[in-house]
Write a protein of this length. Structure first.
Length: 60
């Protein structure tokens, strides 16, 4: 299914920098954002573990 939408010209350039068409560029951006979110969650998990360990060392 396709729709006609209005987007700003700079957004077209950005989308085309990620893929050969605007649709493919948007899909590629979504994939990268999801991957970045997953990585961010992993970083937060590591930070929480380190914080807990440092707090446990402070109790000694």
């Amino acid at each position: 299914m396709s729709k006609v939408v209005r987007i700003q010209e700079d957004a077209i350039d950005i989308a085309l920098s990620y893929g050969p068409s605007i649709s493919e560029g948007i899909r590629a951006m979504e994939t990268r954002l999801k991957r970045a979110e997953r990585n961010q969650l992993d970083i937060e998990t590591v930070r929480a573990a380190i914080r807990e360990e440092l707090e446990s060392f402070g109790r000694y």
